[in-house]
Design a protein around this ligand. Structure first.
Ligand SMILES: *[C@@H]1O[C@H](CO)[C@@H](O)[C@H](O)[C@H]1NC(C)=O
Ligand SMILES: *[C@@H]1O[C@H](CO)[C@@H](O)[C@H](O)[C@H]1NC(C)=O
Ligand SMILES: *[C@@H]1O[C@H](CO)[C@@H](O)[C@H](O)[C@H]1NC(C)=O
Ligand SMILES: *[C@@H]1O[C@H](CO)[C@@H](O)[C@H](O)[C@H]1NC(C)=O
Ligand SMILES: *[C@@H]1O[C@H](CO)[C@@H](O)[C@H](O)[C@H]1NC(C)=O
Ligand SMILES: *[C@@H]1O[C@H](CO)[C@@H](O)[C@H](O)[C@H]1NC(C)=O
Ligand SMILES: *[C@@H]1O[C@H](CO)[C@@H](O)[C@H](O)[C@H]1NC(C)=O
Ligand SMILES: *[C@@H]1O[C@H](CO)[C@@H](O)[C@H](O)[C@H]1NC(C)=O
Ligand SMILES: *[C@@H]1O[C@H](CO)[C@@H](O)[C@H](O)[C@H]1NC(C)=O
Length: 767
């Protein structure tokens, strides 16, 4: 395969370029250097091997003071060797001067000798080949290979001895035949390549491969989550650069390993275990001539710190609050913090425990809550069956008392995935990521709901003594609490409002535009709902507020909010909740909450109706005058349909853009909007208190948005678009919209009015 002629040729080139100085080397000069060193020849300080296409250099470099000298390989993309060393030979045996020399010996090994001829480093391959005619070559992959040409055997390669960097096509993992493997070891310090405190190692955990970062005492600092066929479950963002980088995980009888390669046209990249507990993926940006970091493990923030929130704890980086414990909560309602004093001091390591035991009968009454977008918990004690479907997995988990959660093991076939991971108590290192996988958490179907113990909530809210108190949150996070104290004169309707709200929202899959229920209590004469806290409260406070409040919502924000509401309602209507699809039935700006980023979240499910679970209509009138669809309003609670929500959405949209409340009078906002539409001057409706006035670019978008609103309030329910269509229309600026037909007005006295009349505490907010 290789001719001697070529070697001789290379030797010749090497001799000519022996004065080639690595630190001054330009790309052009580098191309003049050889990539090969043959038996008997050597490499001295100032000389280098350069891979054929110039990407990698093998040579000597210097670190620290007093200067320590190392033999290593680095990327040649930069003009200095200081920032991208990717392999070091004599990590813990630095040379004190420039007299070092790398020799390819005919014994079939590679040695680095210091000035007095002592071996500072060796490939330890002497005599491994029967006869040898060794050649050393630096490949374009960055792999340095010692090859025996007489027997055509690879004697040694640097990819088998990675230091702190994983290059494309190199691997980390386990060789199951030899018991050996490949792992990364950090540098001791940024100027000290000697082995440091951290290692990045692949293991099989519960039957699936996973990479762990360990410290010197083998304590887990960070885990990637198990490989699910497409990504490590703790790094869903791997999918986002899969167009540039191909990931490969091998599980075979001989080997378990991870490697990656750059797709054609992709940038140079390297994965480096830093000298701190941090692994980073760098990508070469040829425009800015610098390495940029596209991945950090652990990420900035605290949730990637292993087991941060303890057993049965859930970490959520996006949770509000400034203290570390506020990122942690119990994994679900139905769990309580083990040690509240520790937790409140920020020590969340003891985590949470179940309030009620699981039902271990033959026909278990337990159910599963779908926790979407999570990093799956540590699988070290989990069991695996790749051969069954997710439905079979659920049945098997339910039938095994020691199974507390399950998830799909393989996502590569698309859909909800296949295969089955089952966890025994306790779930460790769980966090919300967005874009992660779904964990199905087993929960007791206890009669008291999925409640916290009441004392925790009471304590947290200081016995509800005052309104709008600032106090300690449940489970250390900021919460909003809704409470109903049941007295004999409270109508049963209102009691059922709470029960319904709990049922509906706990059965819904989470969505960024639907408010999240954290806990629920149902005791004899008291019911409490605990929600995530929304800094900015409800939309009505802004759109109907004083000029200062109105000004906070500029046109971009209003359009963003309208789209958010539409997405939220679409999720209720069409998302696949375990409770079936949901009609909200009381959609209005007062029931839309805003988070810190002005994202809309649909709230208040007391009036909601489960479309599948409750097929027949109720006689109770539900809704708020002005928002109720005419057909629903006039038929005394009869035919309800998803289109009623579409109507309410339309009204909410028009109110959000106009800053005016709709009413049941003839001069209502809806009729006014229709009049202006017919007169082709509908932008007169826009709230003049919003400054600056809409730009030329914004005006057509706003006009379009109003048109969508008018389509939603059309008289005939069949004419109104479905929420998915509404979302599509709002997302597009080009999709052609039909002309709205005449709208209709609404009126009624309803449950919402009843609720206001009853002594129902409003939302109390806590920090
Ligand atoms: C390195 O090679 C040079 C010339 O090729 C030779 O003079 C020198 O002795 C060699 N050094 C070692 C340590 O082998
Ligand atoms: C490397 O080159 C860039 C531009 O080519 C220059 O800005 C920079 O100062 C150089 N760095 C060193 C260490 O010479
Ligand atoms: C390797 O080099 C040594 C010394 O230069 C020489 O004695 C030996 O014959 C060479 N071996 C082969 C196989 O070329
Ligand atoms: C050099 O070769 C490597 C490996 O084949 C390739 O990834 C890289 O893009 C090449 N670089 C240049 C500058 O051609
Ligand atoms: C690693 O660095 C620490 C200080 O940063 C030093 O004390 C220690 O000796 C170094 N270890 C080695 C093996 O050089
Ligand atoms: C539960 O199942 C086991 C084994 O299948 C059976 O022996 C037992 O009688 C069952 N118990 C009840 C209460 O059905
Ligand atoms: C796994 O099981 C062992 C032994 O019961 C236990 O000590 C350990 O905490 C468990 N680890 C996890 C992550 O569940
Ligand atoms: C139940 O689950 C545990 C732990 O996952 C497992 O060890 C055990 O074999 C399972 N039992 C059955 C009957 O499947
Ligand atoms: C709450 O009420 C209970 C009994 O009414 C009382 O013992 C406790 O001190 C109160 N807690 C607070 C924080 O006021």
């Amino acid at each position: 395969m290789r001719s001697h002629l070529r070697y001789n040729n290379h030797r010749h080139v090497l001799a000519q370029s022996s004065l080639f100085l690595i630190f001054l080397g330009t790309f052009a000069a580098a191309q003049a250097a050889s990539d090969t060193l043959i038996n008997g020849s050597n490499l001295t300080y100032g000389e280098a091997l350069v891979s054929a296409n110039g990407t990698f250099t093998l040579g000597f470099f210097t670190r620290g003071a007093p200067a320590r000298r190392y033999l290593g390989i680095w990327f040649t993309v930069t003009n200095s060797s200081t920032d991208a060393v990717c392999w070091v030979a004599n990590r813990d045996q630095p040379l004190a001067d420039t007299s070092g020399v790398l020799v390819v010996r005919d014994a079939g090994d590679l040695v680095l000798l210091d000035g007095s001829g002592h071996v500072a480093w060796s490939s330890n391959t002497a005599g491994t080949a029967s006869s040898s005619s060794p050649t050393l070559q630096l490949l374009d992959t960055g792999n340095l290979v010692l090859h025996d040409d007489s027997s055509d055997v690879k004697l040694w390669q640097s990819f088998d001895h990675p230091t702190n960097t994983l290059l494309p096509s190199a691997k980390i993992g386990m060789n199951l035949w030899t018991g050996g493997g490949w792992s990364l070891t950090s540098w001791n310090a940024s100027d000290d390549p000697s082995p440091g405190l951290f290692r990045y190692v692949m293991f099989m955990r519960g039957g699936l491969p996973e990479i762990l970062m360990l410290d010197s005492s083998d304590t887990i600092m960070y885990r990637t989550g198990v490989w699910n066929g497409l990504w490590f479950t703790g790094i869903p963002e791997m999918q986002s650069y899969s167009d540039k980088v191909a990931f490969q995980v091998t599980v075979s009888p001989s080997e378990v390993s991870y490697s990656y390669s750059i797709k054609p046209g992709g940038p140079l990249t390297r994965l480096v275990l830093m000298d701190t507990p941090l692994v980073q993926r760098f990508v070469w940006d040829s425009r800015s001539h610098s390495w940029t970091v596209i991945f950090k493990g652990p990420r900035d923030g605290i949730c990637d710190a292993y087991a941060k929130c303890g057993p049965s704890g859930m970490c959520d980086e996006s949770a509000d609050g400034a203290t570390s414990s506020s990122f942690c909560s119990c994994v679900h309602q139905g769990f309580s913090v083990v040690s509240m004093p520790d937790w409140n001091m920020g020590d969340t390591s003891r985590g949470c425990r179940r309030d009620a035991p699981l039902d271990c009968g033959n026909k278990s009454t337990d159910w599963f809550a779908a926790l979407e977008g999570v990093k799956l918990p540590d699988t070290v004690n989990a069991s695996l069956d790749m051969s069954i479907t997710l439905d079979e997995c659920r049945a098997r988990c339910l039938g095994n008392c020691s199974c507390v959660a399950y998830a799909a093991a393989d996502m590569s076939g698309g859909g909800d995935g296949s295969g089955c991971i089952m966890w025994p108590e306790n779930l460790v290192d769980l966090q919300y990521l967005g874009g992660g996988q779904t964990l199905y958490l087993r929960l007791a179907n206890s009669k008291s709901g999925y409640g916290v113990d009441m004392a925790t909530v009471k304590d947290a809210t200081r016995n509800f003594s005052t309104r709008n108190v600032i106090g300690e949150g449940v489970a250390g996070r900021t919460i909003a609490v809704k409470r109903l104290r049941r007295t004999s004169d409270i109508p049963e309707t209102i009691v059922s409002y709470f029960t319904r709200e709990m049922q509906v929202i706990s059965g819904l899959k989470q969505h960024q535009n639907v408010v999240r229920l954290l806990a629920y209590c149902n005791e004899d004469n008291e019911q409490i709902l605990v929600y995530e806290y929304m800094h900015r409260r409800s939309l009505d406070a802004y759109i109907f507020g004083k000029p200062k409040e109105r000004a906070l919502l500029d046109w971009q924000r209003r359009l963003h909010i309208v789209l958010g509401i539409a997405e939220g309602v679409k999720h209720l209507h069409e998302g696949e909740g375990s409770a079936g699809n949901v009609i909200h039935r009381d959609l209005k700006p007062g029931n839309v909450l805003l988070d810190g980023g002005w994202n809309a979240k649909v709230a208040d499910f007391g009036t909601a109706k489960l479309l599948l679970a409750e097929a027949t209509g109720t006689r109770t009138r539900i809704g708020t005058p002005g928002y109720m669809a005419p057909e629903y309003d006039q038929s005394d609670g009869g035919e309800t349909s998803l289109k009623c929500d579409v109507y309410s959405f339309g009204v909410t949209l028009l109110e959000t853009l106009s800053g005016r409340r709709n009413s049941d009078r003839p001069t209502s906002l809806v009729s006014e909007a229709w009049r202006l539409w017919v007169e082709r001057s509908v932008t007169v409706l826009l709230d003049p208190a919003v400054t600056p006035a809409p730009s030329r670019a914004e005006l057509p978008l706003l006009r379009r948005c109003i048109q969508v609103g008018l389509l939603c309030v059309q008289e005939r329910p069949d004419d109104r678009p479905a929420m998915s269509e509404v979302v599509e229309m709002l997302r597009s600026s080009t999709l052609e919209l039909v002309e709205p037909t005449v709208p209709m007005l609404s009126s009624s006295r309803t449950l919402a009015t009843l609720l206001e009349e009853a002594d129902l505490s409003r939302t109390i907010d806590f920090t």
